[in-house]
Design a binder for this molecule. Structure first.
Ligand SMILES: *Cc1c(COP(=O)(O)O)cnc(C)c1O
Length: 235
């Protein structure tokens, strides 16, 4: 079994190669380590091997780990589904939220963001394949949502995030990611924004995401190994 440090070297090489192959500047893609279901010790090991950005999906699990890692200067990203009764803790304990897909959640995050902290960085999650049961704002409704979120005082709208449906091949995956890049460019043009973030690409599709313009890839299993199912998923 390979170590987390070895995996980080391997994934970092994949990112560097894809970035260079795409003719993009070195360092223009951030590796976000998705540490859901992993113990705090794994996050510490990944930090010691050079990572600072960590993504979590489950609030209570994230808060427990954060409490054990307060000695490290980590950047915390919330990437899971958000219920309204969880917004306060998310606004208080995270630097980024990637999974905002409705106005009500954005408004609560802004109102509940402590004023002594910098604005909360926000990505709008887009249901890029228009899947019926999937989280995310429909592409057709994205402009209206961005138009209200951009003016919320304690948020900083940074960009877009997606979790596409699995694609048959890399070319199809890349085409989907390119639609995300077009949506971002269109928002920048029509709303006069400077969105600088495309959060897309996971362990299996880092390369097509980077070719299409990803600035942040969210990688779990390629860094930490396969996840055990969560208890509530085994029933
Ligand atoms: C779990 C998860 C990831 C990481 O997926 P891997 O395939 O393990 O790399 C990325 N993004 C989100 C939103 C996730 O929930």
């Amino acid at each position: 079994m390979s170590s987390i440090a070895d995996n980080i070297v391997f994934v970092t090489r994949r990112i560097q190669k894809a970035t260079a192959d795409a003719g993009r500047p070195a360092g223009s893609v951030t590796l976000l380590a998705v540490s859901k279901t992993r113990p705090a010790e794994d996050i510490r090991a990944a930090y010691e091997a050079g990572l600072t950005h960590f993504g979590e999906n489950y609030l209570q699990e994230a808060l427990d780990k954060q409490a054990r890692l307060t000695d490290l200067p980590l950047v915390w990203h919330f990437i899971g589904p958000i219920q309204s009764n969880k917004t306060r803790a998310i606004a208080e304990h995270f630097d980024w939220v990637h999974s905002v897909d409705r106005e009500k959640i954005a408004r609560r995050l802004s109102e509940q963001r402590p004023v002594h902290l910098p604005p909360l960085n926000i990505c709008l999650q887009v249901n890029i394949d228009n899947e019926p049961t999937k989280a995310g704002v429909a592409p057709d409704d994205l402009h209206a949502l961005a138009n209200v979120v951009k003016d919320m005082p304690h948020l900083r709208l940074r960009g877009l995030m997606c979790i596409p449906e699995p694609k048959a091949n890399e070319a199809d995956a890349e085409a989907t990611f390119r639609r995300m890049a077009h949506l971002k460019d269109a928002l920048n043009a029509s709303l006069d924004l400077n969105l600088d973030t495309l959060s897309m690409g996971m362990s299996g599709d880092i390369e097509p995401a980077i070719r299409a313009g990803a600035t942040l890839v969210r990688v779990g299993t390629a860094l930490f190994g396969p996840r055990a199912p969560k208890p509530q998923e085994t029933a």
